[in-house]
Design a protein around this ligand. Structure first.
Ligand code: RIB
Length: 293
């Protein structure tokens, strides 16, 4: 079973700040680093480092091949990535003490997907293959339709959330991976139980993974309810914690692991990612993630 990830490739400009910039304020940062990022790139890197077979589809400027190298080094198949003259997507990320972040995105080439490119990317996909998507590329409506027509398993991380996502054929989603903020936007509810109940009511055939930060993660489908606690860690940078979780979780599911085992391993991997700076480069290799207790 192959995993296709059609997703963003970003350059992250990461600023260490005492607090997030306030309206009207000019703030000097303590440090600035340039890292590879993008939810698409990060999740492919996590899948590759976790040992999954993953093909990445994405677009970037012809002079930013170093992002492709990052994916290649993480054992991702990059042969279908296309380069363009247009600028690569980027993110301005503020990280405050304690590791919390806020992110401003410029989509750039990530929003230049075409139906023709999407079709080409998935031309050899077979029923049962996995398609992973986030919300940092365009053409999602078209890509949902191709995946459904081909009988692929659609895994959707609706991040970052925007209202137009509600117009997608969301009933095609087999696996949801989302956090509380995205859950609240999708359901209008705040509490994890309420979010899970509402998601199950609307999408009864789907599997739901809800990440809860310090409170761990939970899983729901029509037959099973699980909760796995978070692994306590001193966070220095939470960027890509969710992406690490998603990649590791999916890699485990793709190789037939039980959901509980997959959640535990994903939590362990994410706890390592938050203890390091940056996005893709904070994602641990499989051998660095201890076996679940
Ligand atoms: O999830 C973290 C990622 O969000 C960053 O790498 C940034 O590029 C944005 O896409």
């Amino acid at each position: 079973m192959r995993i296709y990830n059609l997703g963003s490739l970003n350059i992250d400009y990461v600023y260490q700040v005492p607090h997030f910039v306030r309206p009207g304020e000019t703030l000097s940062s303590r440090e600035m680093n340039i890292f590879p990022g993008g939810k698409g790139l990060n999740q492919s890197a996590a899948l590759g480092k976790a040992g999954a077979e993953v093909i990445h589809g994405g677009l970037l400027n012809e002079n930013d091949g170093w992002l492709i190298e990052v994916l290649r080094d993480a054992h991702v198949d990059t042969s279908r990535i296309r380069t363009l003259h247009q600028p690569t997507g980027h993110a301005i990320i503020q990280v405050e003490e304690g590791g919390q972040n806020c992110i401003l995105l410029y989509p750039g080439a990530n929003h230049l997907f075409t139906p023709e490119y999407a079709e080409k990317l998935l031309e050899d996909a077979c029923p049962g293959d996995i398609l992973l998507l986030q919300n940092e590329i365009n053409c999602l409506d078209f890509i949902f339709e191709i995946a459904h027509a081909k009988g692929m398993q659609l895994v959707f991380n609706p991040s970052p959330f925007c209202k137009s996502l509600m117009e997608l054929p969301l009933s095609y989603v087999n696996w949801w991976i989302l956090n509380e903020v995205e859950g609240a936007e999708l359901t209008g509810l705040q509490e994890p139980d309420g979010i899970s109940d509402a998601m199950m009511e609307t999408f009864p055939e789907s599997n739901l993974v809800l990440t809860l930060g310090r409170n761990g993660s939970c899983f729901r489908n029509s037959a099973l309810r699980l909760h796995v606690p978070a692994v306590p860690t001193e966070a220095v940078d939470t960027t890509a914690a969710g992406d690490t979780f998603t990649g590791y979780f999916l890699a485990m599911i793709a190789r037939g692991a039980e959901v509980q085992t997959a959640l535990q391993r994903a939590s362990l991997a994410a706890s390592i990612a938050v203890s390091r700076r940056g996005a893709a480069c904070s994602i641990p290799w499989s051998h660095e993630v201890p076996a679940a207790p």
